[in-house]
Structures are given as structure tokens and as C-alpha cells.
Design a protein around this ligand. Structure first.
Ligand code: FMN
Ligand code: SF4
Ligand code: SF4
Length: 261
């Protein structure tokens, strides 16, 4: 059985979870949606999608990816969303995008992870111990369920599609507009005394919002406020007019990685 899991991960949380799925589920391979060599015509038996929550929604680059897929009628698919505090509309939106592409959603899971949103890290609204024991148990149950459904599919029985239940609070919370997101994000700057010209920021911006002229030059018209350049800068040289540079999330800690061994 061939299972293709497509993921988008800004700081490594979602990737870590996907790697666990690869270890546990035979036939499952993972693909970074930003990989230039990604072959979208690679057909498989089950499709998987994994992404982190982005301002109570999905990251624009992930929506673009889903939109670029061709319509596939009744192919079984599952999805996984990681989040820090509240997934908001991300669950409903992803389910709707996939259904519109003709996928039949056989399962999905939400996993709370440490917060990668620097504004909340600055406000200490993060749980570095997430996911807790019970959340890990639920995640492992999700994996067992997926394995079971993969076996069913292998023997020719397509499982029923799963009812999507985003939860009341996630359903009623209003979406944020791009304008509102950018207002709370502010304007990017670089501390030239700290910048070592490594270009990591330039190479990791998925929105083409950085030009490089010895140091990064930010195009705020293209920026989506994803904080990738901010989080990934090895010298904490990137800051905004609203947030100083010291609240980076530099990716999964050893302790977090150990939970997914
Ligand atoms: C710009 C930005 C916006 C975010 N918005 C939300 C959000 O609305 N709700 C939430 O629960 N987590 C939010 N997060 C936290 C991430 O979804 C979470 O930490 C996730 O596990 C990060 O995974 P990744 O490293 O694979 O991208 C946000 C993080 C960033 C950087
Ligand atoms: S990642 Fe940081 S240190 Fe590297 S070029 Fe960008 S701003 Fe400079
Ligand atoms: S400039 Fe930075 S914050 Fe803006 S989109 Fe690019 S990586 Fe994200």
C-alpha cells in the first residue's frame, strides 16, 4: 500500500509528527510541499496532509498547494494539524478544501505542540511540555486507527468518511483578515550589527518577501507574517517594530523529540 503524506512545517513541529507516522505506518512516505522536486502526479492509495495552524487558519502557501492538486474522486485521505493554543478555523477549512478536491476524509487528528508564535512566547502563553501524556496517547491511538484503515483499504474496503467536529469554540471564533494579521505583525527589520549574512532568512521565506543585499531587505507587501525568518535567524537579528528579536522558537527541543522516538 502506498501512502503519501504531504506536510508543511515552519519550525519542525509538524515534520517531527510526520516522521513518527513514517516510522509507525508501513508504506507511508513523507513529502515537504516546498521541495522543488515534488512530483504532484505521484499517485498513491491514501493521501495524507499535515500542517500547522496559522492565525486560526491555514498558511497561505499550504492553501496554494491544495489548490494546485488535481481533483481526485473518492480517494481516501487523512489530515493532521498541529497547533499551540487553538486551531480555530484550520480544521474546518482543511476538511472543506480536501472535500472540494474530491477526497474522502477517513480520519484526522489535532495535536497540541509547543507554541512557535513569538508573540505568545513573549507573553509566556506557551506550554513547552506539550503534548502531554494523554495527548500522546490519543495521537498513538490515531496512528493505530490509521493502520487499521490502511489494512481495510488494502483488502478493498474503503472506510466511511469521518464526521468533522472542530469543536464549538473553534467554530464560532472569527477568522482574521490579512490586514488585521499584518497590523498586529508590524514591520520587519534587521539588526545589522548581529547579522552574519548567512542568507538563511532569504532562503527560507516561502513567500518571496525577502531580497538580499548583504542583509535581508523585507518587502512587507509580500510578507504574510509567518515569522519564519524571525524564528530561523541563527543570530536573532530579525525583529519587528512590535516585537524584539529574543522570542524565537528555534524548533523541537531534545525533550520534545524524545516523545516521538
Ligand atoms: C505565525 C504563526 C501563527 C500561529 N497561529 C496559531 C494559531 O492561530 N493557533 C494556534 O493554536 N497556534 C498557532 N501557531 C502555533 C503553531 O501552529 C504551532 O506551534 C505548530 O506546532 C508549529 O508547527 P511547525 O513548526 O510545523 O510550523 C502559530 C505559529 C505561528 C508562527
Ligand atoms: S538569517 Fe539572520 S544572520 Fe542570517 S542573513 Fe538573515 S538576518 Fe542575517
Ligand atoms: S519575510 Fe519573514 S515573516 Fe515575512 S513571509 Fe517571509 S519569512 Fe515570513
Amino acid at each position: 500500500l502506498k501512502i503519501n503524506l504531504y506536510y508543511y512545517s515552519t519550525t519542525g513541529n509538524t515534520k517531527l509528527v510526520c516522521e513518527k507516522l513514517r516510522k509507525e505506518i508501513p508504506g507511508l512516505e513523507i513529502y515537504d510541499i516546498l521541495d522543488r522536486n515534488l512530483n504532484l502526479n505521484d499517485e498513491c492509495d491514501i493521501y495524507g496532509f499535515a500542517v500547522s495552524t496559522y492565525y486560526l487558519n491555514l498558511p497561505p502557501v499550504f492553501i496554494e498547494f491544495i489548490n494546485s492538486l488535481k481533483v481526485i474522486t473518492n480517494k481516501p485521505a487523512f489530515f493532521l494539524i498541529t497547533y499551540g493554543m487553538m486551531p480555530g478555523k484550520s480544521v474546518r477549512k482543511l476538511a472543506d478544501y480536501l472535500k472540494n478536491k474530491g477526497f474522502s476524509i477517513i480520519d484526522y487528528h489535532l495535536l497540541r505542540m509547543p507554541e512557535s508564535y513569538p508573540v505568545f512566547i513573549a507573553k509566556k502563553r506557551t506550554d513547552i511540555n506539550a503534548p502531554g501524556q494523554k495527548e500522546m496517547m490519543n495521537f498513538m491511538n490515531f496512528i493505530s486507527g490509521l493502520k487499521e484503515k490502511a489494512k481495510q483499504i488494502e483488502s478493498g474496503n474503503i472506510p466511511d468518511s469521518k464526521l468533522i467536529k472542530p469543536g464549538l469554540l473553534n467554530s464560532i471564533i472569527p477568522s482574521q483578515t490579512y490586514k488585521k494579521i499584518m497590523k498586529q505583525f508590524g514591520t520587519l527589520n534587521v539588526n545589522t550589527n548581529l547579522c552574519n549574512h548567512c542568507k538563511i532568512c532569504f532562503n527560507s521565506c516561502p513567500y518571496g518577501a525577502i531580497e538580499f543585499k548583504n542583509e535581508p531587505v523585507f518587502n512587507m507587501g509580500k510578507c504574510t507574517g509567518c515569522y519564519i525568518c524571525y524564528n530561523k535567524c541563527p543570530n536573532a537579528a530579525v525583529y519587528t517594530n512590535i516585537l524584539e528579536s529574543k522570542w524565537q522558537y528555534s524548533g523541537p527541543s531534545k525533550k520534545l523529540e524524545e516523545k516521538f522516538i
